[in-house]
Design a protein around this ligand. Structure first.
Ligand code: GDP
Ligand code: ZN
Length: 449
């Protein structure tokens, strides 16, 4: 059968690379029923899982599986979508993908499915980003938060704020048109009240978004200390029960210098400086350079010492080589061996924690200290898994609302600040986002998403 010409059809393997029980190819385009027919030899039934044989151009069977057909607009992208579920081997997947290309699809760019979903109004930008965040989530708390954004909780909040801003602006502009003083005075008084309500809500969202940004990116902690001082033991103890569910970010190989644990759902990337040796071995040297690059991004340095010995000259040597101005905590480990009680102390801003990594005593003090430095105050279910982009927009919106408050009597400027605040909020959901920015955002998604 001749390949139908569908220039704007995209296809990609949607499942992770490698081998698995099943693999999925996703196709999106204007009219995909003919392609489905060519692929299986029978007309597809909308939204029905049916056993099929995927056929090549000579009707030879490439694979057996399930074909799902979602006609527009009730699909992920809002276009016709096909999902080919075959056996999850890389060769089979490539053969199926090649067959789709033969039938008129082209290979999708990273994030292109999500971009189409956004452009077709299936979801806004914050929701599209939440899809990526859910897939990349490294802790359960981050995943929960991403799902809430995905289902529109964050977007709804943005829309409520936008509505409130629009209402207020209309009120102010109406006052501009009818400058009867009494009326103006009355209206303005209410305007300030409403403005304050908006400001408070915006500040609250921003705070929850900052917490969410922490959940997303976590905190970099560098662990320094002599051999045998208890670094690995401390890492294990800090990780506690959450360890099992924390994994490395997908796509990267397991990294010896950087291990991620979670404290209250916040990913804590711990960099062990054990590998910081002087070396002439080129491979090892790359590792050392990588370790230093990680150290340069540290949020906190944990300096581990033996509680029986305290800080020694050799600890200060490596300490001097670490970035200045980073939060430091000196951890006195193995208190069980010298009868010291768990404690936190602070002297000239230098924080020390006394604990036993082996017995667990005092480890909670350290956990609390790390959370304090991170700026974490649990918001539970309300945390918004924000990106830096969202924080920038929300901060800008808050700035405009505060500027409006300063304008007071200058109603035209007041209204203008409200308009700008509204624009900033619109950036979060994508209503006011430039095309090139969209390109950047979606290109960071992975293929098939
Ligand atoms: P690292 O080389 O710094 O990673 O040190 P390890 O975590 O491997 O610990 C070295 C040794 O010290 C091991 O035998 C641990 O069991 C022991 N150790 C670690 N922390 C404690 C502690 O708090 N109390 C006691 N008594 N032993 C500890
Ligand atoms: Zn170790």
């Amino acid at each position: 059968s001749p390949a139908p010409s569908l220039p704007d059809t995209i296809a990609a393997v949607a499942t992770a690379p490698g081998r698995g029980g099943i693999g999925v190819i996703r196709v999106s385009g204007a009219a995909l029923a003919p392609m489905a027919y060519a692929l299986t030899g029978k007309p597809p039934e909308p939204r029905t899982a049916g056993f099929v044989r995927f056929l090549d151009v000579d009707d030879k069977v490439i694979d057996e599986g399930i074909l799902l057909y979602f006609p527009a607009p009730r699909s992920f992208t809002g276009e016709d979508v096909l999902e080919l579920q075959g056996h999850g081997g890389p060769v089979v997947m490539q053969m199926l993908l090649a067959r789709c290309v033969e039938l008129g699809a082209r290979l999708a760019q990273p994030g292109e499915f999500s971009r189409r979903a956004f452009l077709n109004g299936k979801m806004d930008l914050a929701q599209a980003e939440a899809v990526a965040d859910l897939i990349e989530a490294s802790t359960v708390a981050a995943a929960r938060s991403a799902v809430r954004s995905l289902s529109g909780a964050f977007s709804d909040e943005m829309h409520r704020l936008t509505d409130a801003l629009i209402d207020l602006r209309m009120l102010v502009e109406a006052t501009l048109d009818f400058p009867e003083e009494e009326l103006e005075f009355l209206e303005k008084a209410r305007a300030m009240e409403r403005l304050e309500a908006i400001r408070a809500q915006l500040a609250d969202v921003l705070d929850r978004a900052r917490q969410g940004a922490l959940l997303r990116t976590g905190m970099n902690v560098v662990l320094v200390g002599q051999p045998n001082v208890g670094k690995s033991s401390l890492l294990n103890c800090l990780a506690g029960e959450e360890r099992a569910i924390v994994t490395d970010i997908a796509g990267t190989t397991r990294d010896a210098v950087r291990e991620t644990i979670a404290i209250e759902g916040i990913p804590i990337h711990v960099i062990d400086t054990a590998g910081l040796r002087d070396t002439s071995d080129p491979v090892e040297r790359i590792g050392v350079e990588r370790t230093w690059r990680e150290i340069a991004r540290a949020d906190v340095i944990l300096r581990l010492v033996d509680a029986r010995e305290g800080v020694q000259a050799r600890d200060r040597t490596i300490d001097a080589a670490l970035p200045a101005g980073v939060e430091r905590i000196t951890v006195h480990n193995k208190i069980d061996l010298c009868g010291v009680d768990p404690a936190r102390s602070e002297e000239n801003g230098a924080v020390s924690v006394f604990l036993s990594a082996q017995q667990g005593a005092g480890v909670d003090l350290l956990r609390r200290e790390l959370l304090r430095i991170a700026g974490w105050h649990a918001h539970g279910e309300d945390v918004v898994l924000a990106r830096e982009r969202h924080l920038v927009a929300l901060r800008a919106a808050l700035g405009h609302v505060e500027a409006a408050r300063e304008q007071g009597a200058a109603l035209e400027l007041f209204a203008e600040e409200l308009r700008r605040a509204q624009e900033s909020i619109g950036e979060v959901t994508g209503e006011f986002t430039a095309d090139d920015l969209l390109g950047v955002i979606f290109s960071r998604f992975c293929i098939g998403k």
